[in-house]
Design a protein around this ligand. Structure first.
Ligand SMILES: [Zn+2]
Length: 254
């Protein structure tokens, strides 16, 4: 059975750990720091680190690679066109038959050029592409690329659990509420997340079915979201990409 755990890193990063009780192996995703993972491996001493999966090259996702590899020899799976010393360079579309889990690799460029997401049994590890109630900033790709990546993730099973790499939910929900002040589901989620944060508990994973009702970046084709965005941004936004682009720029300055 697959168990998913997390380690917090820096101020708001999550390093996700997948462990399989049957094979006694585990996978670490985006280890921005090694210390927490090495301590976790000591506690879970009967689990062998089978692989390190990387979504993109930013330091807060890769900073722990060297020390982890030195300690465990685990191979690195990472995007092919990014500055990462990968043992297995991936471009998206691959299926990784690992002992811990079968992983489908999905190309999700936009935040960075080669950004990848990893899917296993309705669990999606999407780095800095899709966040709870938000999406990543566009650093290297284009808005169209990022929007297409999000559309691709939006087509997954509605039951998909979204394990993003940052705890940005509260700020994302506040932005979503600013755009759609009458969306009751956003208000409920906001109240829920405030309670979790007060107890220092993560708001992640979120579920895709919920995201499709609250996440403005997944709903740019929704007529009521589009109307709300035009009203808030005081712009006449004609198509869904224009809505996405304007919303993303507004969030950059929120
Ligand atoms: Zn990043």
């Amino acid at each position: 059975m697959l168990i998913i755990e997390y380690i917090k890193a820096f101020s708001d990063n999550y390093i996700w750990l997948l462990k399989n009780n049957v094979t006694q192996t585990c996978i670490a995703i985006d280890p921005g720091e090694a210390g927490g993972v090495l301590a976790w491996l000591q506690v879970n001493a009967n689990f062998k680190l089978e692989a390190i999966l990387i979504t993109h090259h930013h330091f807060d996702h890769t900073g722990g690679i060297k020390d982890l590899q030195k300690a465990t020899n685990a191979p690195i799976y990472a995007p092919q066109n990014e500055p990462i010393a990968a043992d297995f360079a991936l471009k998206g579309g691959e299926n990784l038959a690992l002992k811990t889990a079968q992983i489908s690799v999905i190309a999700t460029p936009g935040h960075t050029k080669g950004h990848l997401s990893y899917l296993t049994c309705d669990n999606l590890f999407c780095g800095d592409t899709l966040f709870a109630a938000g999406c990543g900033r566009i650093f290297e790709g284009t808005h169209a690329q990022m929007y297409n990546s999000l559309l691709c993730l939006a087509k997954l099973s509605p039951a998909t659990k979204i394990y993003c790499a940052h705890e940005y939910t509260l700020s994302n929900l506040k932005f979503a509420q600013t755009i759609e002040p009458h969306n009751q589901i956003i208000s409920h989620k906001l109240a829920e997340v405030k309670i979790l944060q007060a107890q220092n508990l993560p708001s992640i994973p979120t579920v895709l079915a919920d995201e499709l009702q609250i996440n403005p970046f997944l709903r740019c084709d929704n007529p009521s979201l589009k109307q709300a965005a035009c009203l808030y941004l005081k712009q006449n936004l004609t198509d869904e990409l224009a809505v996405f682009t304007a919303l993303r720029s507004a969030k950059d300055n929120f």
